[in-house]
Design a protein around this ligand. Structure first.
Ligand code: FES
Ligand code: FES
Length: 159
């Protein structure tokens, strides 16, 4: 397949990359832009480690071809770090003991950010539903649910 110039917004910056349109978004983020906070677990849409926001919607970057994002907006965990919401979520994950090996954490924080953006005060079942596509081998999930509840109580009007 021939290379094309693909242009999109990445963490608020306009960017372009010359690549084949079927290249996976996760590979372009990690290898071309060196944004290695986005993790690859399964590579098959099953684990949530590669979660990013695509036009504000949680999206698995291992399943998205770069050709499909021309003109769209991508936010990775590095972009989220610039927001007040990230600091509150990171502290809540830390305080609740929700980070062990940390491999799932960027994807968990992306999904938590989107959930709390859309719901002011999600209950446990809403949190578990939102996280259903994000796997964690270490924590047993209870501490992650607790972290998201904690962030919901602390965030004020942050996001
Ligand atoms: S690496 Fe994308 S869902 Fe697992
Ligand atoms: S903290 Fe290790 S996979 Fe979740």
């Amino acid at each position: 397949m021939n290379s094309h110039l693909i242009s999109f917004q990445l963490n608020t910056m306009p960017v372009s990359v010359e690549t084949t349109p079927d290249a996976r978004l996760i590979d372009v983020l990690r290898e071309h832009f060196r944004l290695t906070g986005t993790k690859e677990g399964c590579g098959e849409g099953e684990c949530g480690a590669c979660m990013i926001l695509l036009d504000d919607r949680p999206t698995l970057s291992c399943l998205v071809a770069i050709g499909a994002i021309d003109g769209k907006r991508v936010i990775t965990i590095e972009g989220l770090r610039e927001t007040p919401g990230f600091a509150i979520l990171a502290q809540a994950f830390n305080d609740a003991g929700a980070v062990q090996c940390g491999y799932c954490t960027p994807g968990m924080i992306m999904i938590a950010y989107a959930l709390l953006r859309d719901q002011r005060d999600p209950d446990e079942s809403s949190i578990r539903r939102a996280m259903a596509g994000n796997l964690c081998r270490c924590t047993g999930y209870a501490m992650i649910v607790e972290a998201i509840r904690l962030a919901a109580t602390r965030r004020g009007q942050s996001w």
